[in-house]
Structure formats: C-alpha cells, structure tokens
Design a protein around this ligand. Structure first.
Ligand SMILES: NC(=O)c1ccc[n+]([C@@H]2O[C@H](COP(=O)([O-])OP(=O)(O)OC[C@H]3O[C@@H](n4cnc5c(N)ncnc54)[C@H](O)[C@@H]3O)[C@@H](O)[C@H]2O)c1
Ligand SMILES: [Zn+2]
Ligand SMILES: [Zn+2]
Length: 390
C-alpha cells in the first residue's frame, strides 16, 4: 500500500509499505477513504517530538471502511463505514472506565519510555512517535485499528466523509478545550490560535454558553474564518504591542474568564522572548517554545481557567508559577478523550447544528502529502485544513 512516511525533519515521502494485518483479535483493518493533516503532525514534521524513526507512517485523523476484523471484534463487520478516534484505548482499564481514554494504560507498549520523560505514560496514539506506541498512522491506504470496538465509530449514511472526519480529533479537541473552561453564563473566552483546533474551540465555546469569544492570531484568513464562521471578535497580534493589555482592555481591565491555548509548543513570538525561546530550543535547553502558555496565564482574569489543547512535548522555561499560584488559576489540559465526545458531537452533526467541513481549504491526493505539509505549516495559499484521499 501507499503511505506517507517520516524520514527526518521536514523530510516526508509517500512510499510503498506492507499492508497491515490483524495482530490481536480486537483489531480491525480500515481502508482509508479520507485523512487529514493536523497541527500536531507539524510538530513531527518540524522534528520537535522525539523518538520518531525513519519510515514511520504518519497520520491520526482518518476514516474509512472496515475490510477485515479480528475474531474479538463485536461491534463492526466488513463493509462498515467508520471514523476512528486518534487515541488508542482498550475500553476496560482503570482510565478507560473513567472515560479518560487518552490515558489508557494498556495501549502504549513503550509506556516505560514515556514514563521516563513524563512521570507516567498516557495512551498510545496513531502515527505519533515511538514514545506513544510506535503505531502506524492513517495517512495511508490501509491502517490497523487496535481495540476497534472502542476506537472506531459507525458513520450514518446522511453524514459525508468531510463532515465526519474531524470527529477523529479536532472537533472533540476544540470541544474538550471549551468544556475544560467550565464556561458560565455571561463569560468571555479568549482563544489563542485560529488554526483548525482554535476554530472548533471558538464554536464549542459558544455551544457551551460563552457570551463572547475573542480569537487571537496573525494570519488574516484564519482571523477572518474566526469572525465569519465562528462569530468571534478577533485580535491580530501584529496590530498590538502587548496582547495581555489588549485582552484586558476588552474585558473591563480584568482579563477573559478563561483562555484557551490552541497553539502549543511552536508558538511564534516577537522580540526578545521569541529569540530567547528559539535559541534555547535549538541548544536543547528547553524543548518547547511556550510564548502562548505564558500569555494565557498572564492574561486570564484572577481565579480564571487556562485550558491547553495545544501540544507540549517536554520542558518549558519561564513558566509564570507565581501568577498561577497567587492569582488562584486553574490549568486544564490533555490529549483529547475523543471516544467520550464522539456520540454527542456526531449527534450535533446529524442534527445540522454544525457542519465541521467548514474548516477545509485544501483537498488533495495522498501522493501530494509532503508538499501539503509545507503549505499548511507555512500558511501558504490560504491553507487552514488539508484533507487527502488515498
Ligand atoms: N490536545 C489534543 O488532543 C490535540 C489535538 C489536535 C491538535 N492539538 C494541538 O493543538 C494545536 C493547534 O493545532 P492546529 O491544527 O490548529 O494547528 P495550526 O498550527 O494550524 O494552528 C496554530 C495557530 O496558532 C497561531 N499562532 C502561533 N503563535 C501564536 C501566538 N503567539 N499567538 C496567537 N496565535 C499564534 C498560528 O498562526 C496558527 O494559526 C497544536 O499544538 C496541536 O498539536 C492538540
Ligand atoms: Zn490531531
Ligand atoms: Zn484502557
């Protein structure tokens, strides 16, 4: 089969790989009909997530048709159309039974490696380094889906591939990010980053009752989408000297009730802070560039919540711990418990409450994936979200 493979920093190739086979009775094989590139994939592309190996198949946002099932798969049969959650979760362990699916303690065969870096291991993920299991991803013609009864969800006929695909990750991710803000009536939520995750965080914040959403970025077409699709007010970081002051000004001097960091470890920053983080990252003195995490903490109102769907990989510098403690802030984060949100969000799509395909700007063939990663990362050609057909 053809698959999009990682061969080092910014070096991807679509190449021939062996077809996946059933390994465990709870596995299914899915023929991929639609897959996407995620902002998280850009961290792999840029080489800032450790333990990638040459030849690893990328991709964790995918859907398709079941072509084979192991003897233990009960919920699915050959021919079923499914969308697959990006965390691999057993459904029966301590964490899965608490619906903390992205923390499944049975799906990461390299848990020891992850525990060394992070204290404990989270779940394995599709196509996301050996630290997180070394599983082959879904930017391919076929993919092996472990624990298929838990991770693959049937898609009703009335829902198109483009409408269903983002249930695999970015819609639930935006939704969980907003839910983590514990939004009360009349509250204002600020969202840093108007990439795909930011766009779904904006929509979800309104769904969960926010009075106002203020979206922040510096890419004009992404800000425009936040306004027209999301109904957010926007701030272009290129237009303000101090984003925290700009947010305070819009919120009676107090700051937003909650702030979502939908940017993560590769935030852009100007001036001294930007240079500082870049130099330290290159010198391997810090692994991530946390400009937005700092801004989120500094700008949220006293007693507010900072919700972090943005991915961080390792250690950050100049974390404002003083602000965090003395201003009674709450920090919530995590890889999304996608399986928890799938049924609810699918219902919203079926009911016509949201059509997640609004975010798609580029439709390409899998064979053109390597060039599309560059276009997406560099925000060329108005690119906001790329979907690919094998
Ligand atoms: N927690 C999860 O389960 C989960 C799932 C999917 C994605 N993610 C993470 O969410 C983040 C966003 O993903 P995406 O697909 O939207 O990626 P993306 O790269 O398309 O979007 C990031 C956006 O942030 C903007 N940005 C960068 N620096 C900024 C700054 N200082 N201030 C304001 N905006 C800034 C960029 O211009 C860009 O539009 C990534 O870190 C990704 O890894 C997490
Ligand atoms: Zn993703
Ligand atoms: Zn589990």
């Amino acid at each position: 089969m053809k698959a999009n493979c990682w061969h080092g920093k910014t070096h991807l190739e679509v190449e021939e790989k062996p077809d996946p086979t059933i390994v465990e009775p709870t596995d299914a094989i899915v023929r991929v009909t639609l897959t996407a590139i995620c902002g998280s994939d850009l961290h792999l592309y840029d080489g800032v997530i450790p333990t990638m190996e040459s030849g690893d198949i990328l991709g964790h946002e995918f859907m398709g048709e079941i072509v084979e099932t192991g003897g233990g798969v009960k919920r699915h049969k050959k021919g079923d159309r499914v969308v697959v959650a990006f965390p691999i979760s057993c459904g029966t362990c301590y964490f899965c039974t608490k619906t903390l699916f992205s923390l499944c303690e049975r799906s990461n065969p390299n848990a020891e490696m992850a525990a060394k870096l992070w204290g404990h291991s989270p779940a394995g993920l599709f196509g996301y380094s050996h630290l997180l299991g070394g599983y082959a991803g879904g930017q391919a013609e076929y993919v092996r889906v472990p624990f298929a009864d838990v991770g693959a969800f049937p898609v009703p006929e009335s829902v198109t591939d483009e409408q269903a695909l983002f249930l695999s990750d970015i819609f639930p991710t935006g939704y969980m990010a907003a839910e983590n803000c514990n939004i009360q009536k009349d509250e204002t939520v600020a969202v840093f980053g108007c990439g795909p995750v930011g766009q779904f965080a904006i929509k979800s914040a309104y769904m969960l009752g926010a009075e106002r959403v203020i979206a922040i970025d510096r890419v004009p077409e992404r800000l425009a989408m936040a306004r027209t699709q999301g109904g957010a007010e926007t701030i272009d970081t290129d237009d303000v000297d101090d984003i925290n002051a700009a947010l305070a000004e819009k919120t009676s001097g107090r700051g937003p009730d909650a702030v979502i960091d939908a940017v993560g470890m590769e935030a852009h920053a100007d001036g001294f802070e930007g240079v500082y983080d870049r130099v330290k990252q290159i010198a391997k003195l810090e692994s991530d560039r946390p400009a937005v995490l700092r801004d989120a903490i500094m700008s949220v109102r006293n007693g507010g919540t900072v919700s972090v769907p943005g991915v961080y990989g390792g250690l950050v510098d100049k974390f404002p711990a003083g602000a965090f403690v003395n201003r009674n802030l709450t920090l919530k984060s995590g890889q999304t418990h996608v399986q928890r949100y799938m049924p609810l969000l699918l219902e919203k799509i079926v009911a016509g409450e949201i059509d997640p395909s609004f975010v798609i700007t580029h439709r390409i063939k899998l064979a053109d994936a390597p060039a599309a990663y560059e276009t997406f990362r560099d925000k060329k050609d108005g690119c906001i979200k790329v979907v690919m057909t094998p």
